[in-house]
Design a protein around this ligand. Sequence first.
Ligand code: CUA
Length: 339
Amino acid sequence: MRRGSIVTLLGIGVITGGLAAAVALLLPWLPHPASREAGRIDFVFWFVIAICIAIFAVVVAALLYSVVRFRAQPDDHEDGPPIHGHTGLEITWTLIPTVLVTAIAIVSGIVLSRNDAQGSDALRVNVTAQQFTFTFSYPDAKNVTTSELRLPKDRSVELYIRSKDVIHSFWVPEFGQKIDAVPGLVTHLHITPDRLGTYPVECTELCGLGHALMRSQAIVMQPKAFDAWLRKQEQPVAASAAPVSGSQVFAQNNCASCHTLTAAHATGKIGPDLDKLAAYAQQAHQPLAAFVRQSIVSPNAYVQPGYPANLMPQTFGKTLSKQELDGLVQFLVQASKKG
Ligand code: CUA
């Protein structure tokens, strides 16, 4: 091969490789990782991308060079010269992919096994998915239950994920991993958050009308702040007979993802408009407070026309304490009287 041809091939390769690398590096394809596992997964991703860019550059260089250099003249109807196999070339194009694919397999294997390796003193968190909300509880801390996932930085976290109704999927993009919540199964995810901040928790399995609104937050805190927060949550609030704030219960159970209620700045459109509870109670021929309580505990007893049945979770009678239920009913009755 002439020296000029090699320079041309190299030139095309460097330019196309450079362009592909610019597209890969200059656009924000991936979220900034917030867990060690996501960092390792990103490493595998970029490792594979680098190999792809190199192969792309070689192929495009050979292609463009051949199109120009070996182009047939307009009046040339001859066949090309007969060519038999080239042993050297065949060995080369078998060996290189073998080495690359093996390298990818080894790197992926190392990352998978390190991502699954649980650190000492892991924190257990139970994640419960239901239409259309996530709840999180901490079995090592008297089963404290929250609607946001709070986690300490730099500590192994074992998430045990369950569903109460249909298939959902738990995903925090910055943590780099997704896992389905399947009724009847307990699925498992291991993460080690390594960056402070607040990240979205999203359901990524089409689970019904409220799927798009099935969101929560993951908050990564300093370990000391996390411990203090958890200890505070452990204080037996429900055990005392003190009234529970209904607006808090409303927020903790993500009622706002389905319902509109001005008093709670809620704008959900899937379930009945709670600003109109007084009118609904009249339509159902029931006193307001009794109607509100029944609608929370057994939502199918009366379904407001125009809204789907079986969508409101039928579990609140079990999951809310008596104080929480009383507080929520009182809050809704007062809010709808104002509205
Ligand atoms: Cu739950 Cu989509």
